[in-house]
Design a protein around this ligand. Structure first.
Ligand code: ITT
Length: 193
């Protein structure tokens, strides 16, 4: 089955293609030569995910899904959360976002955080949501070159490594995105029998 992933983030697309295996062919906006930035104007991950999926559905009139992800840090009252992409400004620069998190947290001992992904699937004119959460802590300094975004400072529970120190498959085994995608695939498989 072919399905369009409404994202401009190629890292996300690559992770999701690896997660779903050969059963699904994940088309990206890049494959369709559609380069417009997707709107994210709301205050919740769910609303933003819906907005992105609707925007793309209106362009192509085909089933698609989008996802919005936030890093939610307890000691920062859940920030950067829904504002994760632009936490340090409109430039959306990952290094600046990471630096801002470390600066805001300072020496705070409470470094508990989680990544939360909300997928919005537009399938046969109905909307479905799937959520994935992974708990962890924020490192004192960035470590690792792999992954993307906040991966160099996020240490998932049960490990001593940041996501950026893990291979793609190690991150994919336990990630927020993995949990949400598994739920979506289960649901899609139930629809097609
Ligand atoms: P689209 O909206 O086009 O999907 P985006 O990169 O803007 O792409 P988000 O708004 O969901 O996507 O991203 C929120 C921020 O969180 C952004 O800075 C990402 O780099 C970061 N992020 C998302 N998933 C992540 C992950 O698995 N690991 C680390 N950082 C992640």
């Amino acid at each position: 089955m072919k399905i369009l992933f409404a994202t401009q983030n190629q890292h996300k697309r690559d992770e999701v293609q690896a997660l779903v295996g050969h059963q699904f062919n994940i088309l990206s906006l890049h494959d369709l030569h559609f380069t417009a930035e997707l709107p994210e104007t709301h205050e919740t991950l769910q609303e933003n995910a819906l907005e992105k999926a609707l925007f793309v559905h209106q362009q192509f009139s085909i089933d698609c899904f989008s996802e919005d992800t936030g890093l939610e840090i307890d000691a920062l009252g859940g920030a950067p959360g829904v504002y994760s992409a632009r936490y340090a400004g409109a430039g959306k620069k990952p290094q600046d976002n990471v630096a801002k998190v470390l600066q805001e947290l300072g020496d705070n001992d409470n470094r508990n955080a989680h990544f939360r992904t909300v997928i919005c699937l537009f399938y046969h004119n109905e909307t479905q949501y799937f959520e994935g959460i992974v708990n962890g802590t924020i490192a004192k300094e960035p470590a690792g070159e792999k992954g993307f975004g906040y991966d160099p400072i996020f240490i998932p529970e049960g490990t001593a490594l940041t996501f950026a120190q893990m291979n793609a498959s190690e991150k994919n085994d336990i990630s927020h995105r993995r949990i949400a995608i598994d739920k979506m695939i289960l649901w899609l498989n139930q629809q097609v029998g």
